[in-house]
Design a protein around this ligand. Sequence first.
Ligand code: ATP
Ligand code: MG
Length: 365
Amino acid sequence: MIIRRFAAENFRNIKKCDIELSDGVNVLLGDNAQGKTNAVEGIYLFARGRSFRTSSDGDLIKFGEPGFRLSLEYLDKTGKQSLEYAYIDGKRLRKKNGYKVTRVSEMIGGFRAVIFYPDNLGLIKGGPEERRAFLDVAIAQCHPEYLGYYNYWRRAQTERNCLLKFIQSGMPVDRRELDSWSASLAEYSSFIQMYRREYVERLSAPAADFMADISSGHENMTLTYSSDIGEEFDTREAVRDEYYRIFRSDTEHEAAAGTTLYGIGRDDLVVSVDGVRMRSFSSQGQQRSAVLSLKLAEGEVCRMTSGEYPVFLFDDVLSELDSARRDFVMRRTAGKQVIITSCSGVEGLPADARVIRTRGGEFTA
Ligand code: ATP
Ligand code: MG
């Protein structure tokens, strides 16, 4: 997958830009606060369906303007594709190859990208929610229908929690209504868990391979999906039935807490090296290596699922890596399209890397 052009209007600090990208390595080079991450944010929005930095499209509008417009032209194995996303006067407009699409799930899944930014280093040391979010975003790009299940799951959980709060505060609640939300929650939880477990299975081998490569064979990384119902339920129906059983059997405990105490909102991706859980025992260097391995493996799973590599976006991370890890990244992304941002320039880039100077929201190659 290759981006040909990225254009933006009144997006963050970008008044207007139209950037042509090369097939290989592209470097957005400029001082702090010039608009490098803004451009990456605009590009990645087409992969994720929304910004990775804010949940409000209003934040993306250049101060004082009524709205913004983004467009992306890319090539995939079937040919030339285009996507547009605009948010003007509070109205959202999405287009795919010139045709309006109403749902995010219709826009994503075509253009795919893997992003790596400094906050990702928390993926190993941070809480389970960061690792679940990593899985959720990666899965949605491979399987856009996942977003639908996810939204249904969230709604069921919110409604069920609301009823549990009512019971907690002594208000009358129709137990049949609670039971019906428990059934929905169990149903959608089972879909999400099966997608996640299957994704982790696919991610495991390439992640271990990258980790072994980066550590010259010293570190043996394993990934497992952990859940409060364990791993013994191996069909979606079995997972659903088990959650439904739990949701019905411990209602009084949950009502006392005023919230759902079980389910996929507590699951985790457990990353271990030589059998030791990295979250509790790992050095800074091991964490960096592990995050790089997970991100590159995300690209491999994307290729396994869709038949082509995603675009790799490295915001600010490459210049902070030591030369061994930087060489590893360049070697393992060779032949793919890569977009890097940097303030100071990156050593060890291929001679034909395209440098795009970034200043005050303007980009010049
Ligand atoms: P760094 O090297 O520090 O990461 P950067 O080039 O990646 O810098 P960006 O994050 O792209 O910088 O931000 C550039 C500027 O965009 C910031 O000064 C910020 O104030 C500005 N900015 C952010 N949102 C908006 C907006 N909605 N309207 C106008 N300017 C904005
Ligand atoms: Mg930045």
